[in-house]
Design a protein around this ligand. Structure first.
Ligand SMILES: *Cc1c(COP(=O)(O)O)cnc(C)c1O
Length: 370
């Protein structure tokens, strides 16, 4: 059996008629930039997240970057985030001209709220909690600390559309929520795309202008901005896929449950928190990431047996020389980089494929134990 790591082709086959007709509709209208499909997507994204405003952007990276700019955060300011994330969370801070301060994560892969306060200093302006793998941080603790120190919170929700903590959805808690619609994300378009949510009218207005060169109208330019617009065609694709999102999230959680029951007794691996293991967390399983003994051999064994997996970030971000972050010492992040491996996780996986993955994982460690 062969199990690819992503389900792009099968998802397209499943939705072909809906998607093809949405694309044909947009193209025959000639609606390419900031047209009604974008407006509709923004309205629906805001509604789904439970925020007042949503703005369609070209990427999750720019959602983070424009958040910082719109808030006036830049040179001389410090922003706290984690090293154990996709590098974009840190890059946005650097590109805005601010200084990233990195804290460690807990064994559930997200920011350790107990490490946060010691990282706060005179220059700290904001915190970017990252909801890695579709699991939110303890946002009660983080918001309490942020409020106490008068800090802005930007939620890196790029992996967590639909997730919630204590009944609050990702992207509805901080000053902004940042989303990515990169193809592999829970809601993915056919290229790059992103979005920002906020309840703050001024921030919404500012980001709207920054994404389109500060152009208020066709004749009035307020300030210098960027080109960070979502493509209208991608917005139309996302409108089609949004109808399926809740069902897809349910299926991701179901697959996580199958992995949990099939693998929880294998002592050489450590599974992520099971769905429903903590009633505060509603995790959406953007990724299913294990900590594995003999990780690299395990990866090769799975590959030889037709199961495609991913080792994302085998080197912690702060350990890359070119990023100038090597002054941080983050033991858990460094350890995780050596152990993490992602199993296939997408709604189109069949139960047979999941059973096969489980038995292949068991076979590797069974042989190892002899
Ligand atoms: C994907 C991702 C981003 C960046 O989104 P892009 O759309 O690829 O720019 C930022 N943060 C995290 C945690 C991500 O997973």
């Amino acid at each position: 059996m062969n199990v690819p790591f992503v389900g792009y082709k099968i998802q397209y086959q499943n939705l072909k008629s809906e998607i093809d007709s949405a694309i044909e509709d947009v193209l025959s209208r000639g609606d390419l930039i900031l047209r009604k499909d974008t407006d509709e997507f923004e309205r629906r994204l805001a509604e789904f997240v439970g925020a007042k405003y949503a703005i369609g952007l070209n990427s999750g990276t720019d959602a983070l970057f424009l958040s910082l700019l719109a808030m006036g955060i830049g040179k001389g300011d410090e922003v706290i985030t984690v090293s154990h994330t996709f590098v974009a969370s840190i890059a946005a801070i650097v590109q805005a001209g601010a200084t990233p301060i990195l804290v460690d994560v807990s064994d559930d892969f997200v920011m350790d709220a107990d490490k946060l306060e010691e990282a706060i200093g005179e220059k700290t302006k904001a915190i970017i909690p990252v909801y890695l793998n579709g699991r939110m941080c303890d946002m009660d603790k983080i918001m309490e600390i942020a409020n106490k120190h008068n800090l802005i919170v930007i939620e890196d929700s790029a992996q967590a559309l639909g997730a919630s903590f204590n009944g609050k959805k990702a992207g509805s808690i901080g000053l902004t929520g940042c989303f990515s619609f990169y193809p592999a994300k829970i809601l993915g378009c056919f290229g790059d795309g992103g979005g920002l949510t906020t309840n703050d009218e001024k921030i919404a207005e500012k980001v709207r202008l920054l994404r389109d060169h500060g152009q208020k109208t066709k004749t009035e330019i307020l300030y210098y901005g960027w080109n960070s617009r979502i493509d209208n065609l991608q917005a139309a694709v996302l409108n089609v896929k949004l109808d399926h999102l809740s069902k897809w999230i349910d299926r991701r959680r179901e697959i996580a449950m199958m992995y949990q029951s099939g693998l929880s007794d294998v002592s050489n691996i450590k599974l992520p928190p099971a769905p429903n293991s903590d009633e505060k967390h509603f995790d959406v399983f953007q990724n299913y990431v294990l900590r594995a003994e003999k990780r690299d051999e395990f990866f090769n064994f799975l590959k030889e047996n037709g199961v495609e997996t991913l080792i994302k970030d085998p080197i912690a971000n702060h350990m890359h020389k070119g990023l100038n972050l090597s002054h941080f010492s983050l033991p858990m992040s460094e350890q995780l980089a050596k152990e993490v491996i992602s199993l296939p996780m997408y709604p189109e996986l069949t139960n047979e494929q999941i059973e096969y993955i489980i038995s292949t994982v068991r076979r590797f460690y069974g042989n190892q134990n002899k």
